[in-house]
Each structure stands twice: as structure tokens, then as C-alpha cells.
Design a protein around this ligand. Structure first.
Ligand SMILES: CC(=O)N[C@@H](CCC[C@H](N)C(=O)O)C(=O)O
Length: 377
């Protein structure tokens, strides 16, 4: 059977769903997977995710490939004729591309299994609240636990169809950040009788900017981004409540701890200064993505021998990925797949060049064949 992986990417693009809501996505993936020859496949669903094991011909280990499935709460502005059908939601981080590539590679191995087993993990909720940790705890993962694990992420700033990676640290530690402030609402004309949380939140957002500029060692790196503020009810009512939502990024667990301590000190200052109550919630935390040196060396050697593949050795990035939680358990590595888009990840206009999809399917099929046939350059 012949498949059009770009068309399948477009179908996935039209139905973006948030973390652990990937019901239609799971159904579409299962529908495609069930069209592949089933002789060598075993399938288990887990929440909105899927595990597919390709039984090897003479296995001594299991090589894993992980892809993420969720979209983001962004209103798409690409103007594609296959634009998202889910209002306010978009595949703006390329997980539609990731899934179509995984399907394409799986379709090959369903017909031509390698010597070792392959395990394809379709993981929900990468953007949040984090599907990796509960997936690691799941029954199918424990039963089919891979010995090595690999994954990719699209990269808008690399030429389409090229790859980029490095040994060691690739992506940062992340922590979500939610701060709820509660004061006293009142009439806009009587500020002296109220306790305005819009003003308190504004001060706090400004103070949070000093953590990276004044507290983190300039030779280290961290990010504190506030992506959303909500507060108040209308223009002539003093806000009783405000909420700040953001993310923290760091290159080590130690500096993550320091940033959090500083946030707590600043929030304490706001509570004292504005006589309000504040609650901090760190939401989900992702471990840094640390690429195994030997396996990355092998990947680099494979790239050098693969025809028509350009490999960039990149710097680490402050992006986060809960793939880091898998790599804390299992050796493996992750790489960027160039898709050349004028607009970046999490942009409403992200426009990955689809030519990268068939190229990545061919390349990955080669790489996983090399792995599953015992290749270790
Ligand atoms: C590759 C990528 O964009 N990943 C996300 C991961 C989100 C982590 C978490 N929800 C957070 O916001 O801290 C990223 O934003 O880097």
C-alpha cells in the first residue's frame, strides 16, 4: 500500500488537541497503524497515547522511537488550506510533522522488521502537563521497556531535511510557574479602600525580570518568561485577583533551585509590600535533555555515511522537552530536524517545509535499521 505522509501530516494538522485530550489524534493514528501489515506488530493504547512494538526477527534488545502528539492553545494564522479545524488550537510545535514521520518509519518496519525489536511510543502531553513521566510508569512501558531511545524535534531555523545535535546537554531544565495573587477589590474611584492586584502583579512581573539580569551568574544561563497575566473583571473595578503564568529554564538543577528561591523571595516581598496573599505553583517540571555521548557519536557517524544528509553540531537550547525524563532512565539521544520556517516554534504562523518529512522518513528508516541490525559504527 502507498501512503502520502504529507497528506497524513495535513490531516493531523487539522485536529490539534491539548495534552491528554488527543482522542481524535489517537484514533487517526490507530486507524493508519491498523492498515499496516499486522504480522510483526503488537499495539497497546495508554491514556491518549499508543505503544507499537515491532517484533524483531532475532531480537536481543529493543530500540525505541518516541514521538509527541499534542498541540498548543494558539489560534492559527498560517492561511493553509488545511488549517486547524479546532478553534484556538494549533500544531505550532511541529508534533503533526513528528507523528507523520513516525508513522512513515513504522510503516516500513511493519513490512521489514529488523533483527532487534523496535518500540514506537506516541506520547501525549509534551507541551504540558507532561506525558513522559506517567508513560514511564505505565504497564506497556514496563513490559516493553526499550534499551535505547531516540527522538527528534523540528527546527525552523535549520534548512529543511538537515539535522542538528550535540553530545551531552541539548535542552534545558524547565519548570512551569503559576502565581495567584489575592488582595481586596473595590470601586475604581476609591483606590484607598482597596488593594489592587493588577498593580501588585505588574510590580512582580517587573521584579521577576531582575532574576536573570541580577542574580544568575552571567556565565550560567536561565530564562524566566511570563507568558500570560490575567486579573480583574472590568475597567472600573479594582482587581481583587491576578494570576501570572510563565516558565523557568535553566542549564542545571542547581540553578533551577536558585531561581525558584529568588522567585519565592520576590513573591514574599510583594505579599508584604502590597498586603496580599500569594500562592506559587510550579506545575510540571521537565528534566534537561542530556544526549548519551556514545550513542550520539554513533548517530553522528551514521549521518556522515548517509547519502545527502547535512549534520550541524549545534549549541544547547533553552527549549524544554519531557523526553529528558526518558533519558534520565534510558540511554538515548535527540536531534533537531531542520524544516526551515520563517516563523518559529509556538508561532501562529509556523510553516515547516514538508519536504523534510519524506527525507526524515528515509533517513530514520536507515538509522533505525542500522540500530536494530546491531550496527554500532
Ligand atoms: C520544544 C518545546 O517547545 N517544548 C516546550 C516544553 C514545555 C515545557 C513546559 N510546559 C513549560 O512551559 O515549562 C517548551 O516550551 O520549550
Amino acid at each position: 500500500m502507498k501512503y502520502d505522509w504529507i497528506e497524513i501530516r495535513r490531516q493531523l494538522h487539522q485536529i490539534p488537541e491539548l495534552g491528554f485530550e488527543e482522542v481524535k489524534t489517537q484514533a487517526l493514528l490507530l486507524d493508519k497503524i491498523r492498515q499496516f501489515p499486522q504480522k510483526h506488530l503488537e499495539i497497546q493504547t495508554w491514556q491518549t497515547g499508543i505503544f507499537v512494538k515491532v517484533n524483531g526477527t532475532n531480537p536481543s534488545k529493543t530500540i525505541g522511537w518516541r514521538t509527541d502528539m499534542d498541540g498548543l492553545p494558539i489560534t492559527e494564522e498560517t492561511g493553509f488550506d488545511f488549517v486547524s479545524c479546532h478553534e484556538g488550537k494549533m500544531h505550532a510545535c511541529g508534533h503533526d510533522v513528528h507523528m507523520s514521520i513516525a508513522l512513515g518509519v513504522l510503516a516500513h518496519f511493519a513490512q521489514h522488521p529488523g533483527r532487534d525489536n523496535l518500540l514506537f511510543l506516541f506520547q501525549p502531553a509534551e507541551e504540558g502537563p507532561g506525558g513522559a513521566l506517567p508513560m514511564i510508569e505505565s504497564v506497556p512501558f514496563k513490559e516493553w521497556r526499550p534499551d535505547e531511545l531516540y527522538a527528534l524535534h523540528i527546527a525552523p531555523d535549520y534548512p529543511a531535511g538537515t539535522v542538528a545535535t550535540k553530545k551531552g546537554l541539548l535542552f534545558a531544565n524547565t519548570s512551569e510557574l503559576f502565581i495567584d495573587l489575592k488582595g481586596k477589590g473595590g470601586h475604581a474611584a476609591y483606590p484607598h479602600t482597596a488593594n489592587d492586584m493588577v498593580v501588585a502583579a505588574s510590580h512582580l512581573v517587573t521584579q521577576l525580570q531582575t532574576i536573570v539580569s541580577r542574580n544568575v551568574d552571567p556565565l550560567d544561563s536561565a530564562v524566566v518568561t511570563i507568558g500570560k497575566i490575567t486579573g480583574g473583571t472590568r475597567q472600573n473595578i479594582i482587581a481583587e485577583k491576578a494570576r501570572i503564568e510563565g516558565t523557568i529554564r535553566s542549564l542545571s538543577q542547581e540553578s533551577m533551585k536558585q531561581v525558584k528561591q529568588r522567585i519565592e523571595a520576590l513573591v514574599g516581598g510583594i505579599e508584604a509590600g502590597f498586603s496580599c496573599e500569594a500562592v506559587i505553583d510550579y506545575g510540571s517540571n521537565y528534566l534537561q535533555v542530556t544526549n548519551d555521548s556514545e550513542l550520539t557519536h554513533d548517530f553522528i557517524l551514521f549521518c556522515e555515511t548517509y547519502p545527502d544528509m547535512t549534520l550541524h553540531i549545534c549549541d544547547e537550547a533553552m527549549t524544554g522537552e519531557d523526553f529528558g525524563c526518558f533519558l534520565d532512565e534510558i540511554p538515548g539521544m535527540m536531534f533537531w530536524l531542520g524544516v526551515h520556517s520563517e516563523y518559529g516554534l509556538h508561532s501562529a504562523k509556523l510553516n515547516p517545509k514538508e519536504a523534510a518529512i519524506p527525507k526524515a522518513i528515509g533517513f530514520l528508516t536507515g538509522f533505525l535499521t542500522h540500530k536494530a541490525d546491531g550496527g554500532n559504527n
